[in-house]
Write a new protein. Structure first.
Length: 246
């Protein structure tokens, strides 16, 4: 019989946030596939887990994915972990899952922390309905299309961003969604110096222009209110009417 691929959630900051079930699972599998083996080795050493470790990341996913499938078909049980959080969220774990299903290999999840969910409940914004965009596309045309779609989004929006791109992304969001849109930036989640800052996009831009961003960020953005949408539509209608009568 084929083995099983276990998607294991790991801490996003505080190592003690790992579940007892994940620790026990990592001790029993035949192999652990990790986004960054050096990062994962630190976690494994902390909990005295000694198992074969192999890399699986964006740059080797095609060749390594096939190798892992072969081992699973031979009966090996493999745990997949990312640097932080749940595999498959903004990382190539999703590609391995698809490959497993294509080859009739069992996949299951051993839950753990997820930065987007932690940030959502920490943000203080509406949690009833939300949309997760991850990292915005690098392609300029695609990025512009995504930002335009977000400008009409009523749900709370969640984005990931690296520190060196944070200010540029905030500026793009301000231009597309409006500088007065409320947003919450969060960094160092679950760590000692966890930071949450709520402000308008304009306020965030002013702050991070003066204070260099450090650490990985999650940005939560307030959705467009129906009242604001109605107001914008009325203003557009008035502009069209004026232009038609000029």
């Amino acid at each position: 019989m084929s083995g099983t691929l276990y998607l294991c959630g790991t801490p996003i900051g505080n190592l003690e946030d790992i579940s007892y079930r994940v620790i026990e699972l990592l001790k029993t599998v035949d192999m652990i596939a990790a986004e960054d083996t050096r990062h994962t080795l630190h976690l494994l050493n902390h909990f005295e887990i000694h198992k074969p470790l192999t890399s699986y990341h964006e740059h080797n996913k095609q060749a390594k994915g096939l190798q892992l499938i072969e081992k699973l078909q031979q009966g090996s049980n493999i745990a997949l972990v990312t640097d932080a959080g749940m595999p498959g969220i903004s990382d190539p774990g999703a590609d391995l899952v698809k490959l497993c299903y294509k080859n009739d290999i069992v996949v299951t999840v051993v839950p753990g922390a997820s930065a987007c969910i932690i940030a959502l409940v920490l943000s203080g914004l509406d949690t009833r309905r939300f949309v997760f965009e991850g990292f915005l596309p690098a392609d300029k045309k695609e990025r512009r299309m995504v930002l335009q779609s977000l400008s009409k989004e009523h749900r709370t929006m969640l984005l990931y961003e690296a520190p060196h791109r944070l200010l540029h992304t905030l500026q793009e969001l301000s231009e597309t969604l409006g500088e007065d849109r409320i947003a919450v930036t969060m960094r160092e989640l679950t760590k000692k110096y966890e930071q949450r800052k709520k402000d308008t996009l304009k306020g965030h831009i002013a702050y991070y222009t003066e204070c260099t961003p450090k650490g990985e960020f999650v940005i939560a953005i307030e959705g467009l209110s129906f009242a604001q949408q109605k107001k914008d539509e009325q203003q557009n209608y008035q502009l069209i009417s004026i232009e038609q009568h000029m």
